[in-house]
Design a protein around this ligand. Structure first.
Ligand code: EPU
Length: 421
């Protein structure tokens, strides 16, 4: 199993490019299944989760070519196996995104229930309820969701769907299903993340009629057929935010090319309040930091609030900043697993339920630590970059799921970091 060896204490300087967003690429690879025509997706990041999704759609019978320049060309004229098996869903929950498109285009889908997850229970009840409102008949058997259209139906029917909570992949599943449904679908309480906006744009390029994406009410007028198109995946705001926190913590001066400041307002405002300089510049974001920052309290919420996917990384920063901070996690019930690992590096953190209080220390000390999930891994890397001595981050397969070439990018910025097999 690969590990990362980091010798901390170096400032980060230079420029790197932010990759395409994992959480846009995954639904968009599924959306390509909505048409028999050729789909070309550009700026797809080379990640383990993307590899799993490509394996999944090839397993269904589609062809998918991934070129070195990040372009994926997908053709799904017909699919002989409209299924997402457990082996794939258990390693990547986002496989549940196959449900909406398969059902809409082929009238049937068999998708494994994802089961538990390190960061919380993460049920998919809302996905099921919403698709049922559109007429789908879904039964759970042998751990699988088996979905089909009622007898005599050839398409799903548009519906009004209001989910009990805001769900990102739920909203995406409904958008994809509704694109080929009969009549209009209205999604209330819809997620507003930039990845949702990007998916809406891709669907419209394919001939769908989606409006309101990026707001809490999305309307989709179903069409009979979608056609082939080319779409460029939006840049990854979480990768960008992770590098912003890394530079703010280590000090230095970095240009993050293709970073989109307008997608990271909540994080950038807090970094500025902490004392870092963050500026939207042409083609990216520039971040500069020197000296010790001031710890900042925050609460994770849905977009445009502070993202849960940035909580662990900002916590690492708060741990070596001046003063205390109160961090409240409202999206997932078990997303503080990095806390005990950060404490092994000398951080002082108290956790009570969904609240973590950090008490800033002047230095962290390198240690062997274990990554527990994707964003937790990123926070340990940030801690390792500022710590004295050597930090070994174990189980970095979590990191490889969602960060493209993280150690290569950090090395380019002057970090002393290497992958140990
Ligand atoms: N929820 C339910 N029932 C449902 C759906 C969601 O109870 O049917 C709950 C979840 O358990 C959670 C909350 O609603 O407490 C929000 O979950 P959401 O459905 O929005 O999460 P998701 O769609 O499964 C996506 C990202 C996550 C990110 C969350 C929140 C993708 C592929 N994944 O997950 O990304 O944390 O939205 O922003 O888009 C990551 O990249 O590290 C990651 C975990």
């Amino acid at each position: 199993m690969d590990k990362l060896l980091i010798r901390g204490g170096r400032p980060l300087r230079g420029e790197i490019r932010i990759s395409g967003a994992k959480n846009a690429a995954l639904p968009e690879l599924c959306a390509a299944l909505l048409t028999p025509e050729t789909m070309t997706l550009r700026n797809i990041p080379r990640l383990q989760d993307v590899a799993t999704m490509l394996k999944l759609i090839r397993n269904m019978g589609a062809t998918a070519e991934f070129s070195p320049d990040g372009t994926v060309v997908i053709e799904s004229r017909e699919l002989h196996f409209p299924e997402a098996p457990y082996e794939m869903v258990k390693t990547m929950r986002a496989a549940v995104l196959a449900l909406g498109p398969l059902l809409a285009r082929f009238g049937e889908a068999t998708v494994s229930l994802p089961g538990g997850c390190a960061i919380g229970a993460r049920p998919v009840d809302q996905h099921i309820k919403g698709l049922e409102k559109m007429g789908a008949e879904i039964v759970i058997e042998h751990g699988y969701m088996i979905a089909k259209l009622p007898k005599g139906w050839t398409r799903l029917k548009g519906a009004n769907i209001r989910t009990d909570m805001i769900t990102v992949t739920g909203t995406e599943n409904f958008m994809m299903a509704a694109a080929l449904a009969e009549g209009e679908t209205v999604l209330e309480n819809a997620a507003m993340e930039p990845e949702i906006t990007d998916l809406g744009e891709m669907l419209n390029a394919m001939g769908a009629k989606v409006t309101g994406h990026g707001t809490s009410e999305i309307r989709i007028q179903g069409v009979e057929k979608l056609h082939g198109a080319t779409h460029k995946v939006v840049s990854d705001r979480i990768e960008c935010g992770t590098f912003l926190c890394a530079v703010a913590a280590t000090g230095g001066d970095v240009l993050l090319k293709d970073g989109r400041a307008e997608h990271l307002e909540a994080v950038i405002d807090l970094l500025k309040a902490a004392g870092a300089e963050v500026q939207a510049v042409e083609g990216g974001i520039r971040v500069r930091s020197e000296g010790r920052l001031e710890a900042q309290s925050f609460k994770t919420t849905e977009y445009p609030g502070f993202p849960t996917d940035m909580q662990a990384q900002f916590m690492a920063l708060n741990c070596i900043a001046e003063g205390d901070s109160k961090i409240t996690e409202t999206i997932f019930e078990n997303r503080f697993m990095h806390v005990s690992e950060l404490m092994r590096m000398g951080a002082r953190i108290d956790v009570d339920g969904k609240v973590a209080i950090t008490h800033g220390v002047e230095r962290l000390s390198g240690a062997i630590v274990m990554a527990t999930d994707l964003r937790a891994s990123a926070s340990l890397v940030i801690a390792g970059l500022v710590a004295d001595g050597e930090t070994m981050v174990d189980r970095i397969y979590h990191l490889d799921r969602g960060y493209e070439q993280m150690e290569a990018k950090l090395r380019e910025l002057g970090a002393d970091i290497e992958r140990v097999k």
